[in-house]
Design a protein around this ligand. Structure first.
Ligand SMILES: C[S@@+](CC[C@H](N)C(=O)[O-])C[C@H]1O[C@@H](n2cnc3c(N)ncnc32)[C@H](O)[C@@H]1O
Length: 330
């Protein structure tokens, strides 16, 4: 597990949730695909808790800010725990569920005791473990944690499902927005303008004029990109609009700012775009084919669990599935 994996939540899962620009502060990781507050999800998890003793211990793997724990709590369960690779995610989860056990660890190596949870759950979680091998190791780890007579239930990203389709659209959008190179051309312009103002000469003036010319095409393409998406509430559209209006504002009022701060702001916008792209890519990479879903269940079977054929989970009104439902019980 690299440091990058550990930082991912802070960089883009939580980055998404604490995003003042999008006005979302829910602490939920998947707002971008609009599913956390979905009634179907709440109904699904509520149905999973039916018949369970209220003292049952429930562990949410790759819990993020604790979406599944929220449903568990709403259904009267109090013995809760959450594992996440990200310290920030676990802290966010524990802010909402102060009595929950918080474990900062990779899902494939939690350090928890054998057979310590009656229900091990995961929602768009453990499949982020990394390579196929790591995901299968995570399955072995989750099986190890389930008590005798306990259960494992997960909702996992599904290949060619609705989320993957949406994510692919967002990735195309990011590519179209960034390809003309608006940020790099803007940085070059601010640097050239600064030099022309500080060291007036024919050379600095010519360099500035060249930089202004070089910005024209990326600027026009960014404006066109924004205009063709009017009315869209996608995060990347909001980022694109903010990038354009913020750059214009910096240019108009540039005397009020240090050059370094202007360049930092543009670099910050690039980081936000990269983070968004990283989040979309990792959602797509973690999506499981039916075979991969079966292989995960085979790990549970191998250690004595009864498993069920992976089922497709649909959100209301969607014609493509949103997840695989994986179930195994001892
Ligand atoms: C899509 S978010 C889902 C979070 C939460 N389950 C939810 O439904 O809101 C994926 C989560 O997996 C965590 N994660 C990624 N790789 C992990 C790993 N190897 N071990 C544990 N957690 C991991 C991330 O930090 C992030 O919180």
């Amino acid at each position: 597990m690299t440091d990058k994996n550990k930082q991912d939540w802070g960089n883009y899962w939580q980055g998404r949730t604490g995003n003042s620009r999008t006005g979302d502060n829910s602490g939920e990781a998947l707002v971008g695909v609009g599913i956390e507050h979905n009634k179907k999800l709440a109904e699904f998890w509520t149905s999973c808790f039916e018949g369970l003793n209220k003292n049952s211990k429930i562990l949410d793997m790759a819990c993020g800010a604790g979406s599944v724990l929220r449903h568990a709590k709403a259904n009267g369960f109090t013995n809760l725990g959450g594992v996440d690779i990200s310290n920030e995610a676990v802290s966010a989860m524990q802010r909402e569920f102060p009595n929950a056990a918080g474990i900062v660890a990779p899902v494939d190596c939690t350090g928890l005791l054998d057979a310590s949870y009656d229900l091990v759950v995961s929602q768009y979680g453990f499949e982020y473990a990394g390579s196929n091998r790591q995901v299968l190791t995570a399955a072995r780890e989750m099986a190890r944690l389930v008590t005798n007579k306990g259960q494992f239930i997960a909702l996992c990203h599904i290949k060619e499902g609705g989320i993957e389709q949406e994510v692919s659209g967002h990735l195309r959008d990011i590519k179209n927005m960034t390809k003309p190179g608006f940020i790099a051309a803007s940085k070059a312009l601010f640097l050239a303008l600064d030099a022309a103002e500080k060291f007036p000469s024919l050379a600095t003036k010519t360099a500035y004029e060249k930089a202004a010319q070089a910005l024209a095409e990326p600027r026009d393409k960014l404006i066109a990109w924004i205009n063709t998406r009017q009315g869209s509430d996608s995060e990347i559209h909001t980022l694109g609009q903010h990038l354009y209006s913020g750059t214009i504002d910096l240019f108009t009022r540039r005397k009020a700012f240090l050059l370094d701060d202007i360049i930092d702001w543009l670099d910050g916008m690039q980081s936000e775009i990269d983070a968004y792209k990283g989040r979309m890519q990792s959602m797509r990479q973690s999506a499981l084919s039916e075979n991969e879903a079966r292989n995960i269940l085979a790990v549970f079977e191998g250690v004595g669990f009864k498993t069920y054929k992976p089922e497709q989970f649909y959100l209301a009104g969607d014609d493509k599935p949103a997840a695989w439902i994986l179930r195994a019980s001892r």
